[in-house]
Design a protein around this ligand. Structure first.
Ligand SMILES: [Zn+2]
Length: 74
């Protein structure tokens, strides 16, 4: 599974492991979704993508929130 998913429409890259409902990644159209090789944030940045404000930069903080969300769903 990919770690990062870019949206070519708004040039934002999401970190899938810590994505939040606010990321709306399911709204990204297939033609707009971009995966990276290598699958790292630096590569996304090189291609002109900006880290998502919800999941891109605040990885460690949001990991906790995502774990809570996932726990609530289980
Ligand atoms: Zn995001």
């Amino acid at each position: 599974m990919a770690g990062y998913l870019g949206n070519r429409f708004d040039m934002i890259v999401h970190h899938l492991a810590v994505m939040t409902p606010k990321c709306n990644i399911y709204d990204i159209k297939k033609g707009d979704s971009v995966y990276f090789t290598p699958d790292i944030l630096d590569q996304a940045r090189k291609e002109g993508f900006v880290p998502c404000e919800y999941c891109g930069e605040k990885t460690s903080k949001l990991t906790m929130n995502v774990m809570k969300i996932n726990g609530a769903m289980l």
